[in-house]
Design a protein around this ligand. Structure first.
Ligand SMILES: *Cc1c(COP(=O)(O)O)cnc(C)c1O
Length: 399
């Protein structure tokens, strides 16, 4: 009998961004330090909003006085933050009970940890390409993985196939890496499917705040979703909390399987393995999600949106097929060749770094992800170089 979890040996050796970093470093040595611009990693660049910093300072001062000091907080999160999140949902006509909301240290942890409440060996349906965490956590758990193919023909938005049966379905909208967003009718089809086959949807809404048009931000905007879906959200991309760490998970009271409420299982899991998010951080999260704070985070989101527009316009001018950017910080472009070959060519000729689509799954082969998470100056300079890159390719073709 094996002592270690052998499933770990089934994981891809190199984590995508480690491989990108390795190749960039190698290029730096080879080229004796040409200035490289990264539109690669999905990390924010704007600082924390002022309201969050003020809340952190005030909360830190509270922690330093005996009368207002706080030790262990509730595992599920402080009431003040759960109430603020419930209000955030109610503005979209989604009514949630406070006990349906769980504060987390980010969406990634909970997306992985949620598998604790499901049996080992279940079948998970995962979009391809998508955020790699869904696949890797299912491999670690020894689950069976099947894929829902996202491609140009379906606008990178796979739809349910009733001949396929899964226990758990991952949906990511707006999608990382393609930037595609489901509309209400499409989400309705997924909810109908999940209800009819008895599957549970794990809905990742980490980028909901980037939606500019009239599209659903939450799966609970769809009737019946509370009987079949868990939702994960995060302050990371919305409010620049990637290093501050806070998110939330919604497990509706109505969600049951085999007569057992999943809310109760998740509460039990959290109380056993998690001791909550720092008070100081929860105060910062409350500041950005309440009233005036939302205006501050939207200023940053508009900034990224401006970057995305510059990138999209550059690709359009060069005649490069591309998607996303409008309702997400990601632009997904067609390389016309292998994703890693394109990575090397763009790095060599333009000194611009992006992320090979193939790193997000087989379906990402031949595509490439650029992010709007950069400064305006770097975005403009990268786009100037991309324009030159395509101009030289196009003139080579004409010759
Ligand atoms: C960044 C990201 C997350 C969450 O990140 P946390 O920092 O852990 O909250 C979740 N899902 C997707 C698709 C992401 O890109």
């Amino acid at each position: 009998m094996s002592v270690i979890n052998n499933n770990f040996l089934l994981l891809e050796r190199n984590y995508l961004f480690a491989e990108v970093a390795r190749r960039v470093k190698e290029y730096g040595i080879r080229s004796s330090g040409n200035s490289v611009i990264s539109l690669g990693i999905g990390d924010v660049t704007r600082p924390l909003p002022r309201c969050a910093v003020n809340a952190i300072e005030a909360a830190a001062a509270e922690m330093g006085r005996a009368e207002t000091f706080r030790g262990y907080g509730p595992e599920q999160g402080y009431l003040f933050l759960r109430e603020s999140i419930a209000r955030y949902y109610s503005d979209r006509d989604v009514s949630l009970d406070i006990d349906e909301i769980f504060i987390s240290d980010g969406a990634k942890s909970d997306l992985g940890n949620i598998l604790d409440i499901f049996a080992k060996g279940i079948t998970s349906l995962i979009p391809d390409p998508v955020y790699p965490v869904y696949l890797d956590t299912n491999i670690m758990a020894g689950n069976k993985v099947i894929y829902a193919e996202a491609c140009e023909d379906n606008g990178f938005l796979p739809m349910p196939d009733y001949s396929v049966r899964a226990d758990v379905i991952y949906l990511c909208s707006p999608n990382n890496p393609t930037g595609a967003v489901y509309n209400s009718a499409q989400l309705r089809a997924w909810v109908d499917y999940a209800l009819s086959v008895g599957a549970i949807i794990l809905f990742d809404a980490a980028y909901e705040r980037f939606i500019s048009g009239d599209l659903p931000h939450s799966i609970y905007e769809i009737e019946g979703a509370k009987e079949c879906a868990i939702e994960f959200c995060s302050f990371s991309k919305t409010a620049g909390f990637t290093g501050t760490r806070c998110g939330w998970t919604v497990v509706p009271d109505a969600l049951e399987k085999e007569g057992v409420k999943l809310n109760g299982l998740w509460l039990r899991r959290q109380c056993t393995k998690f001791n909550g998010v720092p008070y100081i951080v929860q105060r910062a999260a409350q500041a950005v999600i309440d009233g005036e704070g939302r205006k501050e985070i939207d200023v940053n989101i508009d900034y990224y949106r401006g970057n995305a527009e510059i990138i999209s316009a550059t690709l359009a001018d060069a005649g490069v097929p591309h998607w996303g950017g409008k309702d997400s910080p990601y632009i997904w472009l067609k390389c016309g060749c292998d994703s890693w070959d394109y990575f090397e060519r763009l790095l060599e000729s333009a000194q611009v770094v992006g992320t090979p689509g193939s790193g997000f799954g087989k379906g990402g082969q031949g595509y490439f992800r650029l992010t709007a998470f950069s400064s305006r100056d770097n975005t403009s300079e990268a786009c100037r170089r991309i324009k030159e890159f395509y101009a030289s390719i196009n003139s080579a073709y004409k010759r």
